[in-house]
Design a protein around this ligand. Structure first.
Ligand SMILES: Cc1cc2nc3c(=O)[nH]c(=O)nc-3n(C[C@H](O)[C@H](O)[C@H](O)COP(=O)(O)O)c2cc1C
Length: 314
């Protein structure tokens, strides 16, 4: 099973819908986090990314970020009425503003607080709950104190991004630590982190024979065919790859223009290209071309030029 990772600002419903229409391979997505900081005010707006009418292409598990059981329970009730039967709790977000308020991976150094929150939430929400964690915030010792807490609750599964919060999204994956602590978990584990190619997938799968489910984030942008290739679709030629990529991008641009205002859409597309550019042998050059555009018309022209002229990574 392959799960699309939540990437705030990237894998929103517009991306999920268009991606799901053009590329097979993803079984389910976890939404980018829905924050509880606004309390109960305006939940429909805060949760609009998972509005059922906009989420018919790919099954989605809403992800919640926060540490208030009261607001979590309210959000869960609301999402239950929207049809969601599973939720994911974000214990991985590494952003300083989030972690210093004991949210996201900022909760990992406080196992007893995590216990208290789970005790308050789990009996009071109608959904099954999974969690997405890192190995710690400050060091990998923290995971060993969190595991016994998580083991005490009936969680659906645990998604592990095998870094610590301080690393943000870069630096080595701590395979040795994950391998060490894997047998200590009672729950099913979903692996996440640095699956960017078929070779990465095989190398990582070999390290974790017991894992059956994989979450992929940036790899989907670096090669949108990756989930399908992992599932056994034969490797495409460069031409076939490009034949799929251009219509996907044009469709994505159209949908973005329907849902986002004129100026922000240009910034949004530029942001997306920070990841899409890594698909090419010279990512900086490719990103530079997009970065110098001002309108969607220019972006469309440059996109076609890039796809015709630039070499993609195999
Ligand atoms: C720009 C960006 C935004 C992210 N937003 C979220 C998020 O909303 N919730 C979450 O749990 N993880 C988030 N992540 C982490 C990813 O879900 C994932 O754990 C991480 O990118 C490692 O997986 P990958 O190597 O397959 O990309 C984000 C990562 C990036 C790069």
């Amino acid at each position: 099973m392959i799960i699309l990772a939540p990437l705030q600002g990237y894998t929103d419903f517009i991306f999920r819908n268009v991606y799901g229409r053009h590329y097979p391979g993803i079984d389910i997505a976890v939404s980018p986090f829905i924050s509880l900081v606004h309390g109960e005010k305006g939940i429909p707006r805060i949760a609009k990314d998972v509005l059922p009418a906009n989420n018919r292409t790919m099954p989605v598990i809403p992800q919640i970020l926060g540490n208030s059981p009261e607001h979590f329970i309210k959000m869960a009730e609301f999402l239950y009425n929207w049809g969601y039967r599973q939720l994911n709790w974000n214990l991985g977000c590494p952003v300083k503003n989030v972690t210093r308020k004991k949210r996201g991976s900022g909760l990992l150094p406080y196992p007893e607080l995590v216990r208290k929150i789970l005790e308050d939430i789990i009996p009071n929400i109608p959904q099954r709950l999974s969690v997405k964690i890192r190995l710690g915030l400050n060091n990998t010792e923290e995971i060993y104190k969190i595991i016994p807490v998580l083991n005490d609750f009936p969680l659906e599964n645990i998604i592990i991004h095998s870094r610590i919060g301080k690393q943000m999204y870069e630096g080595d994956i701590h395979h040795d630590v994950l391998q060490n602590c894997l047998p200590l978990f009672k729950h099913e584990i979903i692996y996440n982190g640095n699956i960017f190619s078929l070779a990465d997938y095989h190398a990582i799968k070999k390290k974790y024979p017991s894992i059956q489910k994989w979450m992929i984030g940036r790899g989907v942008f670096y090669n949108p065919l990756l989930p399908a290739i992992i599932k056994g679709k034969k490797l495409h030629t460069v031409e076939e790859n490009n034949e799929l990529f251009l219509p996907f991008l044009l469709d994505l641009y159209n949908e973005l223009q329907i849902f986002i205002n004129v100026d922000p859409v240009v910034y949004k597309v530029k942001d997306l290209w920070k990841l899409f550019s890594k698909r090419f042998s010279e990512p900086e050059k490719v990103f530079d071309k997009i970065a110098h555009t001002h309108t969607m018309k220019e972006i469309t022209r440059i996109t076609k030029e890039i796809i015709e002229e630039e070499t993609i990574n195999e």
